[in-house]
Design a protein around this ligand. Structure first.
Ligand code: GCB
Length: 608
């Protein structure tokens, strides 16, 4: 029988000792100067809602074979050239009205011709395909990838010929379940497809797969991974610092170069987001990376940036663009608009919820001076935390994210999860992911958004003292809590005045979420749920509580902009939108926006 080419690649073993991040050769870095042929643009597509081709391959519907019917082939029940087209990258839900809530497999095809230099190596590079991708070149299966938000590269050196038209077919399957990440249930729209850029990267025989350039213990350190021959020479040069580092790769392709940080080194910070140009040379390839240097650490219950205590004036956001339709933010301009709105609010910090955002977002934050929280979609309880494959998937995703953004000074925190259940299997699962991150990246903090909030009562009658209790807190640098006093929960919202928070851990504490829903322009008394006045009042009350919470190092309220969610059913106020945004879908600012802006303005350059 014909092998079904759709099952996922065998997952790596999930033994705790195995270091997925270091062993994962991962996607190539898309560096400025690297030879790149864009494969974005118009692709044909074929829908297969019943997954017929996937389950029962047969010549007349093996779309990846790209066959044109002739008398010899017999019936071929598809025809690429006459199939509809879609401009990629895009979420198919946004590109095609009829695919608005479609979840399932879609096949995409484009033809391309590449000018090929014989001695080069070639990689198909995908910045993201949501969710599971299967890739064929000229009918041959060349690779698979699972996970909707992280990059992957597939080497096709032996398949590419100069001047020949190649057929590239990609199957994107957006179905989700208990063994995918995110799992069965999540509060945002599932947008399938080739949602970020595709390209053909061409590199010399020996080339730099990744670099991790950072400031550690007063040293500038570059951990380089060369793909190719042992002994390949590597050179890094930063003219502004008068710094040249060079050496050659070891047997495993790895090399670490370092030098004492020069006295004149200007550190990166939100107030002065200074970046240095590094030229990276390997073989006959020269690429450029922009690097900011900064030190983020925890001391007692404080977070320090470059040795000084800081307060994270944050906001959370989804990767969804301003505009009436709530489309996925695909372009750099859309990402910039979102970050600019955070800046206008007075933020120095953005929580990128709940999955890796595009690579350009962190690059923009580097330039604009925003610290970032970057997260993988280990979200809520409907995930099989006991499944080895799911754990391997989480580790792989984290590895892909950490490796992609290792050079981004803006990223100060990795988050391994959001609101996960308090079970031993889940804790073991997340501990494994955290151990990976810590081995690879000691230059950033690790967190997770927790939500097991326990009311330990108070001294006075009716008083509530709330504390987060989660055994995972022991493994985190920053304890982050999501809490919705005054929105979810049984307590009368007016009792919010009786509530206070306590930090039960000897660590910094932050409020990673709070909020209330209000459609823009819905006005009424502040006691009335769903009004802008209610939302603004809830912000005022919560901000008072936060100001009084000991050890609070910051906040990222939920969230910048209303966003689409299939699980928000209220016919008058939601209509499949989560209305907790501080702005309307188009970016109109609600009353609460100004409450938060004023709060951030008035924080007397507090702790930082
Ligand atoms: C949460 C989740 C977030 C939801 C939000 C809500 O706790 O972390 O993804 O969208 O609550 O609006 O309920």
């Amino acid at each position: 029988g014909t092998a079904i080419p759709f099952q996922l690649a065998a997952q790596p073993s999930s033994s705790v000792e195995k270091d997925i991040i270091s062993n994962n050769s991962g996607a190539l870095h898309v560096l400025e100067g690297r030879e790149r042929l864009s494969l974005d643009g118009a692709w044909h597509y074929i829908l297969d809602p019943f997954d017929v081709a996937g389950r029962k391959p047969k010549a007349r519907r093996n779309f990846w074979e790209n066959t044109i019917e002739t008398p010899a082939t017999g019936l071929i029940e598809y025809e690429w050239n006459s199939s509809p087209r879609m401009m990629l990258p895009a979420a198919w839900n946004d590109a095609e009205e009829r695919l608005d809530y479609y979840e399932g497999p879609v096949y995409f095809r484009r033809l391309f011709t590449a000018p090929i230099e014989a001695e080069k190596r070639h990689f198909l590079h995908f910045e993201a395909v949501n969710y599971a991708a299967t890739v064929w070149l000229d009918g041959n299966l060349v690779g698979r990838h699972e996970g909707g938000f992280t990059p992957f590269s597939i080497e096709v050196t032996d398949c590419i010929r100069s001047g020949t038209a190649h057929s590239l077919v990609v199957r994107a399957d957006s179905r989700h379940g208990p063994k995918t990440l995110p799992g069965l249930d999540f509060d945002w729209k599932n947008c399938g497809g080739i949602t970020r850029s595709v390209s053909l990267l061409s590199v010399p025989r020996n080339f730099i797969r990744s670099s991790f350039i950072s400031l550690r213990n007063s040293q500038i350190e570059a951990a380089i991974e060369v793909d190719g021959d042992a002994g390949t020479s590597v050179k890094l040069n930063c003219p502004a610092l008068g710094l040249t580092l060079s050496g050659s790769a070891g047997e495993d392709g790895k090399i670490t170069l370092s030098a004492p940080a020069p006295d004149n080194l200007k550190l990166w910070s939100p107030d002065d987001p200074h970046l240095y140009n590094f030229t990276i040379t390997c073989g006959n390839e020269t690429a450029i990376e922009q690097i900011g240097f900064r030190v983020v650490e925890v001391r007692g219950r404080e977070v320090l940036l470059n040795g000084k205590s800081i307060f994270l004036r944050g906001i959370a956001m989804h990767e969804e663009a301003f505009g009436a339709k709530g489309e996925r933010a695909v372009s750099e301009a859309e990402a910039r608009a979102l970050l600019a709105e955070a800046k206008a609010l007075g933020c120095n910090f953005v929580r990128l919820a709940h999955y890796p955002h595009a690579a350009h977002t962190a690059r923009l934050a580097d330039e604009m001076g925003l610290m970032l929280w970057a997260e993988i979609p280990v979200y809520w309880e409907e995930i099989d935390y006991s499944d080895k494959g799911t754990l391997a998937l989480a580790r792989g995703m984290m590895a892909e994210l950490v490796r992609r953004d290792s050079n981004r000074a803006s990223v100060v925190m990795w988050s391994v999860a959001n609101e996960t259940p308090q079970t031993p299997v889940r804790t073991r699962f997340l501990r494994t992911v955290i151990a990976d991150v810590r081995r690879f990246d000691p230059t950033r903090l690790v967190t997770a958004a927790l939500n097991k909030n326990v009311d330990v009562g108070g001294v006075r009658d009716g008083e509530s003292i709330i504390t987060v209790q989660d055994e995972l807190a022991a493994d985190l640098d920053v304890v982050a809590i999501n809490q919705y006093e005054g929105w979810y929960g049984k307590r009368d919202p007016r009792e919010i005045k009786q509530v206070s928070f306590r930090n039960g851990y000897d660590k910094p504490l932050m409020f990673s979420e709070f909020g209330a829903g209000a459609p823009y322009g819905n006005h009424g008394p502040r006691e009335e749920r769903w009004t802008e006045e209610y939302q603004a009042w809830l912000y005022e009350e919560t901000l008072k509580i936060i100001a009084e919470t000991p050890d609070c190092v910051g906040l990222s309220p939920w969230l910048l902009k209303d966003f689409r969610s299939p699980r928000r059913w209220h016919g008058r106020f939601q209509e499949l939108w989560n209305r907790k945004g501080l702005t309307s879908p188009e970016g109109r600012r609600k009353k609460a926006w100004f409450v938060l802006r004023d709060y951030y303005r008035n924080i007397a350059v507090p702790k930082g």
